[in-house]
Design a protein around this ligand. Structure first.
Ligand SMILES: [Zn+2]
Length: 244
């Protein structure tokens, strides 16, 4: 009974926040491609970020990749606030990151091989944090690793130039999509007291990529109510998923 109540309250809150966002944001109108001197401009889809947000419990043992990667603070059941990060390139130039294994690639040094994922990630690309209403960090947070590629089309005109984990990038008018079921698409909020908080996501956090005029924000925030840690939430026992 308690479990149902806690869950419904969270869902209701998300719906309210989600509707508010939906009324204000329409990605195709809010993030049109603009003249950015042939440079990319990365931003996060605010609608998807808010609408997919949820709190679940998930079990991690000592061999979990998440322990090695630091996306959870310990073993056992952890409470996760998870969400979708859709990285849109709204600039009129492609983000070209290139091959992680080519020593002549200017971005060669930003790639880190992930043994758990068996591919290369861009280090320091994003920062996921839970803040209190005074903007102080209240949970572990972590830097989510990414392999950047074209997954979603956000513009009617542009064809994908075919970026993948092996030759990374995002075409102008396209987006990469990290959905909430993927490993690390969360903030570990285990033990965080009940209350209202800010979910803070920053992309291109290390400033690795030039974004020209950078008209579109690299930081996205939304408020969330975290239930009492003693209240049950949905337990996610599905198999671990990593980005491909
Ligand atoms: Zn990966």
């Amino acid at each position: 009974m308690k479990r149902k109540i806690a869950y419904s309250a969270a869902v209701l809150l998300l719906l309210v926040v989600g509707v508010a966002w939906a009324q204000r944001t329409d990605v195709s109108r809010f993030f049109p491609i603009y003249d950015n001197g042939a440079k990319p401009d990365l931003t996060v889809d605010p609608k998807r970020f808010v609408s997919q947000m949820e709190i679940v419990d998930r079990l991690f043992d000592a061999t979990s990749c998440e322990i090695q990667e630091g996306s959870v603070g310990g073993t056992g059941y952890r409470r996760l606030l998870r969400f979708d990060t859709v990285l849109i390139n709204g600039g009129d130039g492609d983000l070209v990151v290139g091959s992680p294994t080519d020593p002549n690639n200017p971005y060669y040094s930003v790639f880190v091989f992930s043994p758990c994922h068996n591919h290369y990630h861009i280090s320091g690309f994003s920062n996921y944090q839970l803040l209190n209403l005074n903007h102080k960090v209240v949970a572990l947070g972590h830097k989510q690793a990414f392999c950047l590629e074209d997954l979603l089309k956000y513009s009617n005109d542009n064809k994908s130039n075919g970026y993948t984990c092996k030759f990374q990038g995002i075409t102008s008018g396209w987006a990469d999509w990290y959905f909430k079921q993927l490993s690390g698409q969360w903030i570990d909020i285990t033990g965080v007291p009940e209350g209202d908080y800010i979910v803070h996501v920053e992309i291109n956090a290390a400033g690795t990529f030039a974004e020209g005029k950078d008209k579109y924000p690299n930081v996205i925030e939304t408020t969330i109510h975290v239930p009492d840690p003693r209240n049950k939430v949905t337990v996610d026992n599905s198999p671990a998923l990593t980005d491909q």
